[in-house]
Ligand binder design. Structure first.
Ligand code: IMP
Length: 192
């Protein structure tokens, strides 16, 4: 797949192709649609990383027969990384949901779970608001440095113990629009 030339020089290897990601999203959509058959569903995308996951997932759910009665998409925005490849461990809420969470079937949609602190923080924040049900959906699971035992409702793909970019995931805000998941060349991080 052709991508920006400046990106090509920085990519060490492709980890999951755009097709593999699309397949995982379809599978997640089937699982979620079956669990919420005939019921209303609120998908909460965690920005910025989940920007593609939540939009692709919402459309994929619409294509599953006998799925939820309706799907509402909303977003919240958190920051835990700053500009480094290791999490600071401190999660900050930059933008809250605009939808009310109380009494609704909520699925939190995350791009990747690494140490688990972001999801733990968001689970606690949403649970306080008393949703009818609360589950999480993560596209990539990176379990090697987990610091908290956070329940993962729906999991797309396993991620190697690497800092990865693409399909919403960034390094210093760049590479989010790469259509596949990739590992960067080590020299990219040398300025850290
Ligand atoms: P956690 O709190 O360590 O589980 O990390 C959650 C957030 O960190 C994710 O939503 C991502 O935005 C970011 N993150 C974790 N691992 C990576 C990675 O390999 N590349 C880019 N962002 C990552």
């Amino acid at each position: 797949m052709k991508v920006l030339e400046t990106y090509e020089g920085t990519i060490q290897r492709e980890l999951y192709s755009a097709d593999a990601i699309a397949g995982a999203i379809e599978r997640l959509a089937c699982e979620i649609a079956a669990d919420f058959r005939g019921q209303p569903l609120l998908l909460l995308g965690v920005l910025k990383g989940a920007l593609y996951v939540v939009t692709d997932l919402a459309r994929a759910i619409a294509c599953v027969e006998n799925g939820p009665s309706e799907v509402v998409v909303d977003y919240l925005c958190v920051s835990s990384y700053g500009n480094e490849t290791r999490s600071s461990g401190e999660v900050r809420l930059l933008k809250d949901t605009t939808e009310t969470v109380t009494g609704r079937n909520v699925v939190l949609v995350e791009d990747i779970v690494d140490n688990g602190l972001t999801l733990e923080y968001l689970n606690a924040l949403m649970a306080e608001r008393k949703p009818a049900t609360l589950r999480s959906c993560v596209l990539f699971d990176k379990p090697y440095h987990r610091r908290v035992d956070v329940p993962l409702g729906y999991v797309g793909l396993q991620c190697p113990d690497e800092f990865v970019v693409g399909y919403g995931l960034d390094y210093q805000e760049v590479f989010r629009n790469l259509p596949y998941l990739a590992q960067l060349q080590p020299w990219v991080f040398q300025s850290e």
